[in-house]
Design a protein around this ligand. Structure first.
Ligand code: UVW
Length: 328
């Protein structure tokens, strides 16, 4: 805990952008940075970094999260049946109302809805997602997250920042010479991140979004096993992210940081989450599909790109789905 407290104190950004700030390190993304990111588009190649939101998603490891349940609320295929029976149904029924769209009319439509954990698949953790000792980022009280949602640091607060910036891929799988993914038990250290950046010939700059390829999602696509551990960032990478003035970090695994408590801090759970979200105000992106991006970067040797990753603006949510894209 002594080391944890030292790092948390070193990287804490409370008050740095004002007492009311709810954006944290996204403040490092300036207008110039957004323009720089746009200038990286050379080939017009769009690469999706979003996984599917479906019943076969990665959830199951945590019992409090579910994969999306998708149901149809209107199925245009029912139109003929509705037209036939609805007039006989109880007055003001939905069936009756719908049948009026379909009578003597070629118009048909389908509608649907989902029930899901907002953290079910490709997502951003909002700054209100993790806290400790009764304080959120910037010292906001933990009870500002109410049963009606997060009054402070809800995901919708990032609206003004896009989220758009220069993205940089750090490919740990390629660096380690792994076949598919980073086997468990070898957390990614700050020194390794520096080695990878040097080997790839890419610099990390102020306001960048660093995207770490561990191969977890690629492995999940072939096994369907969302429980599998892999290796993630060692918690001390929080200092590395702070020193490089990174705006946000994302990875293809379930928690960005290394899941093995033996590599964490005794007496805590997910210490990097605690420090990044609560002390630094740095958002974490999880379950990103980096399979195509890693292949493209290996092919052209270019590890920087325009990254566009706006979360769904669910008011007061502590995280939200995203369908990020990289453009090169
Ligand atoms: C928790 O922090 C509990 O989860 P996640 O890894 O989704 O951020």
């Amino acid at each position: 805990m002594k080391d944890f407290r030292r790092v948390a104190d070193d990287v804490r950004n409370w008050g740095r952008w004002g007492d009311d700030d709810e954006l944290g390190t996204l403040n490092l993304i300036t207008d110039d940075k957004v323009a720089e990111a746009a200038s990286l588009v050379k080939r017009g190649r769009v690469i999706s970094l979003g996984g599917d939101f479906g019943s076969n998603g990665p959830q199951g490891a945590f019992k409090f999260r579910i994969n999306p349940i998708h149901v149809m609320t209107v199925d245009g295929g029912d139109a003929e049946t509705l037209v036939k029976y609805a007039p006989e149904w109880a007055r003001k029924s939905v069936a009756q109302e719908l049948s009026s769209f379909f009578v003597d009319n070629p118009f048909r439509f389908n509608d649907d809805m989902i029930t899901m954990s907002l953290q079910a698949a490709t997502q951003w953790d909002a700054l209100s997602h993790v806290y400790y000792e009764d304080k959120l980022y910037n010292g906001f009280p933990a009870d500002s997250v109410t049963s009606f949602g997060a009054y402070r640091c809800g995901i919708e607060k990032v609206d003004g920042k896009g989220i758009v910036s220069r993205g940089v891929l750090l490919d740990v799988v390629a660096h380690r010479g792994e076949e598919v993914f980073c086997e468990p038990g070898r957390p990614i250290t700050p020194a390794e991140l520096d080695d990878i950046a040097a080997k790839q010939g890419v610099r990390i700059g102020r306001g960048d979004i660093v995207v770490v390829h561990t191969g977890w999602w690629t492995r999940f696509l072939s096994t369907g096993d969302g429980h599998e551990a892999g290796s993630g960032l060692h918690w001390t990478c929080a200092s590395w992210l702070h020193d490089h003035e990174v705006a946000a970090v994302a990875s293809d695994n379930l928690m960005v940081e290394d899941p093995d408590p033996a590599n964490g801090v005794e007496g805590t759970f997910l210490p990097m989450h605690m420090i990044c979200l609560r002390d630094m105000g740095l958002m974490l992106g999880e379950y990103w599909d980096l399979t195509g991006l890693a292949a493209d970067c290996a092919a052209d040797g270019v590890y920087e790109f325009q990254l566009i990753a706006p979360p769904l603006k669910v008011v007061g949510a502590v995280g939200a789905p995203v369908s990020p894209i990289a453009i090169k």
